[in-house]
Design a protein around this ligand. Sequence first.
Ligand code: GLU
Length: 427
Amino acid sequence: MSGQSTTPVDSQDEEPASALETARRQLDNAAAHVDIDPNIVERLKHPAQVHEVTIPLERDDGTLEAFTGYRAQHDSVRGPYKGGLRFHPEVSRDECVGLSMWMTWKCAVMDLPFGGAKGGVVANPKALSDDEVERLTRRFAQEIRPVVGPTKDIPAPDMGTDAQTMSWFMDAYSMQEGETVPGVVTGKPPVVGGSHGREEAPGRSVALVTREVCDYYGLGLDGTTIAVQGYGSVGANAAELLDEWGASVVAVSDVNGAAYDPDGLDIGSIPAHSERPEAVTEVADNVIPNDELLGLDVDVLIPAAVGNAITADNVDDVDADIVVEGANGPTTAVADRRLAERDIPVVPDILANAGGVTVSYFEWLQDINRRSWSPERVNEELETEMLAAFDRVQEEVDARDLSWREAAYVVALSRVAAAHEKRGVWP
Ligand code: GLU
């Protein structure tokens, strides 16, 4: 990686070319607000390692197809690498590196003893049979086995992977190690060492953070209008909880379009992706296109679908008072600046959806201790951790007049930098 140039400051009006460019630009912006050794910033612009593997997969028809897999490990100064594995056709080396940087900040903002990683396979799981996905997962686990482990690097679910994928991964790893090693991945089903509440956790943290930020801006949740883009695990769980807590969820969407009711949707009647995939428009009385959802005049907009959803092209349509990021990287750098210019606060992904990795940490503790926590304990401890992180970020927002993203980065970067300073660089 070294020798590659980073984004020059005068190109801030152009969209970064990749998640890696975005992550580097955000790091530069944050570093300007922290008293930090520039050598440490330089180090943090690069991953410690990126592993690339080929995964030969025997298709159901007997032919062999070679897939490419990655594991990017960004920084481990505060503890083992941690982050998801995605199975998606657009997975790339740079995307994995950018997302691994975000995991470093996400773990640090939550004060978890982990560093950042991300990986994935360039594949469309929807085009593979369940048996093929299982073989792909097991062989990928085998290929990256030397670089993962409960004290080295702990994968988790992300786009295109779920609890079943983690179970296969854990089984393949354990078979080769000759012993059951539940702590090698998190996000497993509870019957094999997974944690209660892990599946709902990213959506739960989005809901908690939405509640807190509404309170900060003097809005009670009661009657607050909310639009949720994306009705996968994050969006559906956030919508369900916010509805339960009295908010008026007026729109939710999936790839086919959005259900919209200005008086508030009956969220219970819309099946989650896990129950019936992509059924939002089938059950809705009133359907609007996805781009109209982004332009609704609501109190809170939650982009919880994919990265790069709010871009230079559609940001001027956004009519919400607050944006809470449910997906990883849903707001591009240029869109983020335009929202800031219009005084629309954006609560960043690294805080808002950090419930996922926080309950992953709880799962890892449960696996090490061979003792499971009740669902109530998980949710209580998650709320405690989320409120502590939110308050810490809010202190920076208030004290230095920073955006929520800058403030979250300042908290995270200060912790990572302090650890690097104490440990020192071994040149
Ligand atoms: N993939 C999730 C994220 O982006 C969870 C990572 C984890 O639990 O390690 O935060």
